[in-house]
Design a protein around this ligand. Structure first.
Ligand SMILES: *Cc1c(COP(=O)(O)O)cnc(C)c1O
Length: 351
């Protein structure tokens, strides 16, 4: 049955010659990237599609010396009929504008961002995996590409988009992950840049992540840096705690990244009759939870099988998948893939 479906689908659109069954989350080179520059601070000129390849930067580029850079991440899915859907791309455009403001960069307008994303996906459309095999991950970057020696905003900026087909973030699809609460390192502090997707936030989590992985955990759960008591998020995902019919997630107060998946799950859960609270959640509350899960574009929704805090391990659903996690995951992924009707108005067809 499965084989028949694949055959029918691939006949209706052109696909790159690729082993689609083995997709993971490694970068796969595709045909084109999009590049747009802004020299006179303020406005970006017309962008262009270029063959995917290396870019040239001065050693004194702002991004290399002072980390003036942001990234975004979104996905495109292929429907059974061969057409392609983007998920909430405008949200990424708006978030990039907020991030750019925080680190003193000009940013593309929402219209420029959307047009660039569409052009890039269209040019690389043979790399959007067949239905059920994965998605096309879209990675917009914004960086200070101009030369600057003394600490100051760069005189020139480059907006670039590249794409890569990806499979499930975790091979088994919806698989539970094991988290360890980090007590020594923090990813963000009040007044810092934790609330925007600036590149510097990510190098700083590698050490705690490596330590966690060496000890057999999947990733780190961060606590707030003042009280060392309230949940913030995982290295690149937001976190939710389920107790009876109430779902809680840390409120957006500058130190956590306002995830688009987070925002979507909040709306989906409310629609399904759950009470959703955005509030302070102390680490003790996770001991008592029915389910914990993480959200992000890459994972969509990842159930947490266990959380270890100060050597004490709490497991959920025998390390399996809770019913609430499963229900929300299915609802959101079916909507993103165009399997069910998009009653929320979130998907954008590529045409
Ligand atoms: C990108 C990111 C998320 C998830 O955001 P989405 O918009 O859902 O992909 C959560 N936390 C951090 C730190 C992130 O960088």
């Amino acid at each position: 049955m499965r084989r028949t479906t694949t055959t029918i689908s691939t006949e209706t659109f052109e696909l790159a010659n690729f082993r689609w069954d083995n997709l993971g989350f490694d970068h796969v080179q595709t045909d084109y990237m999009y590049v747009m520059k802004c020299s006179n601070v303020g406005e970006f000129s017309e962008g262009e599609l270029l063959p995917f390849g290396n870019i040239e930067l001065s050693p004194s580029a702002g991004v290399l010396n002072y980390g003036q850079g942001l990234y975004e991440g979104l996905k495109a899915y292929r429907k059974e009929d061969g057409s392609i859907l983007l998920f909430r791309p405008k949200e990424n455009a708006l978030r990039m504008r907020l991030g750019a403001e925080r680190i003193c960069m000009p940013s593309p307008t929402v219209e420029q961002f959307l047009k660039a994303v569409k052009h890039t996906v269209f040019a690389n459309k043979r790399w959007v995996p067949p239905p059920g095999k994965g998605s096309l991950y879209i990675r917009p970057l914004l960086m200070g590409s101009g030369s600057v020696l003394g600490l100051a905003p760069a005189p020139e900026y480059t907006f670039l988009i590249y794409v890569s087909p990806v499979g499930n973030y975790f091979k088994e699809g919806l698989k539970s992950i094991n988290l360890v609460v980090e007590n020594e390192y923090h990813r963000a502090a009040p007044g810092g840049t934790g609330g925007v997707k600036c590149i510097g936030n990510y190098a700083s989590v590698l050490k705690a992540q490596s330590k966690a992985r060496a000890n057999g955990y999947t990733d780190v759960l961060y606590l707030d840096s003042i009280h060392k008591r309230y949940l913030e998020e995982v290295s690149s995902c937001n976190v939710f705690v389920v107790k009876d019919r109430t779902i809680s997630t840390p409120e957006i107060i500058g130190t956590i990244l306002p995830g688009i998946t987070r925002k979507s799950i909040i709306d989906v859960a409310r629609k399904q009759g759950f009470q959703v609270k955005e509030c302070r959640i102390s680490v003790e509350e996770v001991f008592d939870a029915d389910e914990v899960f993480c959200t992000g574009t890459a994972v969509v929704l990842s159930p947490v099988g266990s959380i270890t805090y100060l050597g004490k391990r709490t497991s959920y659903n025998n390390n399996g998948i809770g019913v609430v996690s499963q229900q929300l995951y299915s609802f959101l992924t079916n909507l993103q893939k165009g399997v069910t009707e998009d009653t929320m108005g979130w998907t954008v067809p590529l045409n």
